[in-house]
Design a protein around this ligand. Structure first.
Ligand code: DAH
Length: 335
């Protein structure tokens, strides 16, 4: 048995030298130190020896075990960290549950808007976020030095370009290539020089609408927008139209919707007014039609600008525009 123990030690040390990864190391441990391993088997037989032989052999067995163990831990340390990593992967470990994201509430709402208008025969166009002052202002009948230009103050970038303040320039960009009749919407991001608060952001979404044909009238405009609001907020929607000044339309008007929370009685959502301002619109100004190379004597049209953030907030009952851009999962996971 003594000899057997020496042999085990000898072979164990040789085996250790050949080990090159943690997997081999683990099977080494099982082979030598495991319950059914070689050392354990020898040690178990010690108790069957004559009493006087037991202590010496017990001592030897322990020494062999210790020597192998020291050699084993040295060998393990010298394995590179990469080999350790590979071997530490436990394929039986349960996987982490996947957290699936979803579309942002603004994107969901914009999809809804696009579906409604495409079902009415509108096509969807995309404009550019970086614009020239000419398209953002001048061609829309907002000349330099006109006070209304202040309301659309924005960020200027290199080369005299600017971040568009509204989607209205897409009207002109589209009409560079198209001829009436046209029915289109142009959703996208817009930018303003703005101090942010619950109702204002420097970056937000709009959706422009444009219809040009022969004999388009204000009643076409009103009925289209009423139909749109009913599709979004339900058949009970009541609207009213107020004159409003926008340089690129004549007449210009804002469309209000009777507050659905209080049925027009006045509440905190509508600031006790009973009505909510929904969007800006109007009949395209003859000068703007001319800038599109369209004869205002032959054609007429209407345009509108939807504030997507505002409409989405009303739809869900959200009271702070900044929540949309916060990336806060406690907010986003509710949609
Ligand atoms: N561009 C305007 C804004 O950002 C919104 C607007 C008003 C668009 C009237 C229009 C319109 O097309 O006819 O405030």
């Amino acid at each position: 048995m003594k000899e057997q123990l020496h042999k085990i030690k000898q072979r164990g040390l040789e085996d250790l030298e050949k080990i090159s990864n943690m997997k081999q190391m683990r099977s080494f441990e099982v082979q030598y130190f495991g319950r059914k391993g070689e050392l354990s088997q020898v040690m178990r037989r010690i108790k069957d020896l004559p009493k006087n032989e037991r202590p010496a052999l017990g001592k030897l067995a322990n020494e062999v075990k210790q020597a192998l163990n020291i050699a084993r831990s040295k060998a393990e340390k010298s394995l590179t960290s990469k080999q350790r990593e590979v071997s530490v992967i436990d394929l039986t470990w349960p996987s982490q549950p996947h957290r699936l994201g979803h579309l942002h509430p603004l994107t969901q709402f914009l999809d809804k808007v696009m579906n409604i208008f495409t079902s009415m025969g509108f096509e969807v166009l995309e404009g550019q976020e970086v614009e020239t002052p000419e398209y953002n202002f001048d061609l829309l009948n907002i000349p330099k030095n006109h006070p209304s230009r202040d309301a659309w103050d924005t960020f200027y970038v290199e080369g005299g370009m600017l971040m568009r303040t509204h989607t209205s320039p897409v009207q002109l960009r589209a009409m560079k290539k198209k001829r009436p009749p046209v029915r289109l919407i142009a959703p996208g991001r817009v930018f303003r020089h703005e101090a942010t608060d619950a109702g204002h952001e420097t970056t937000f979404y709009q959706c422009e609408g444009l219809v040009i044909d022969r004999s388009i009238t204000v009643s076409n405009l009103i009925s289209t927008l009423e139909q749109f609001l009913k599709e979004v907020y339900g058949p009970k929607v009541k609207i009213r139209v107020r004159p409003e000044y926008y340089p690129f339309v004549e007449p210009g008007m804002d469309v209000d919707m009777q507050c659905l929370i209080c049925d027009g009685q006045g509440c905190s959502v509508c600031h006790q007014r009973g009505w909510l301002e929904m969007l800006g619109s109007g009949m395209i100004h003859p000068k703007v039609l001319s800038n599109m190379n369209i004869d205002p004597e032959k054609f007429s049209g209407f345009a509108f600008g939807l504030g997507i953030d505002r409409l989405m907030m009303l739809y869900h009952g959200i009271n702070d525009v900044r929540l949309s851009y916060s990336g806060d999962l406690r907010f986003l996971e509710q949609f």
